[in-house]
Design a protein around this ligand. Structure first.
Ligand SMILES: [Zn+2]
Ligand SMILES: [Zn+2]
Length: 241
């Protein structure tokens, strides 16, 4: 099964402008079988969500997942629930981790909105059987985490708005025996998508997916050359504005 591991949807991720229909069309047309929806758990929960209580905010986050999943399943695309969580760093520099293997009940009982350092999030992940991997560990302006407190990291992230320094990220994973992941960090309709992993066809649930990733290095979809080309094209188009 060809799986996108890093995808956002509007408006659960305020930074994303892709509709559910666009997400489904994009991934179906590129031959993906499944995606992990990894909407942000960050300040959006405090300021961007049209609800007030923490429980209501969880419901909103989960509803956006359920809406996409229902529509996607009709078109033959699987959707797994995931999240991208901001962690607190001593330096104050931005840092995010992706998690999969949880459900609504987990979020009800674990408020992750600016409550965790990397170490704390890893402890919670291990207590609950989640797979946790760092998003774009070498992206310019972000802080690489401690390899002792993560299961894996993105060796490849092809979001063309950023300098992700994938070769360093790959080396970091290799040196620290971390599970290497690949994801597009999809946010925008015009964003090129060419990352992901392959997983066994019989994986049906988030728990099964987390268990597989905790125990196996998946086959990665990586195209570093295209990453450089798309990044250069993007920088050029920005300058022409
Ligand atoms: Zn975002
Ligand atoms: Zn992301």
């Amino acid at each position: 099964m060809k799986l996108e591991t890093h995808c956002h949807s509007s408006v659960a991720s305020v930074c994303a402008d892709v509709t559910d229909e666009q997400i489904i069309n994009t991934y179906k047309s590129l031959g993906y079988d499944a995606i992990i929806l990894t909407n942000h758990i960050n300040w959006y929960w405090k300021e961007g969500y049209p609800r007030t209580s923490y429980k209501d905010k969880v419901d909103y986050f989960i509803n956006r997942y359920n809406q996409l999943k229902t529509l996607a399943n009709q078109k033959g695309l699987k959707v797994f629930l995931g999240a991208e969580v901001v962690t607190i760093t001593q330096s104050g520099v931005h840092q995010e981790f992706l998690i999969v293997g949880f459900d609504k009940e987990f979020l009800y009982s674990n408020d992750l909105v600016y409550t965790c350092t990397q170490t704390k999030l890893f402890e919670i992940a291990n207590q609950n059987g989640l797979f946790m991997w760092q998003s774009h560990p070498y992206r310019v302006g972000e802080e690489r985490g401690d390899p002792k407190y993560m299961h894996g990291a993105e060796a490849f992230n092809c979001h063309f708005h950023h300098d992700n320094n994938n070769p360093q990220a790959t080396e970091f994973c290799n040196e620290n025996s971390l599970i290497k992941m690949s994801g597009s960090d999809y946010h925008h309709g015009d964003q090129p998508v060419f990352a992901g992993i392959y997983i066994p066809d019989d994986i049906q649930t988030e728990k099964q997916l987390a268990n597989f990733l905790l125990a196996n290095q998946p086959r990665l979809i990586v195209d570093q050359e295209r990453c450089i080309i798309e990044r250069e094209k993007y920088i050029k188009s920005e300058k022409n504005l």
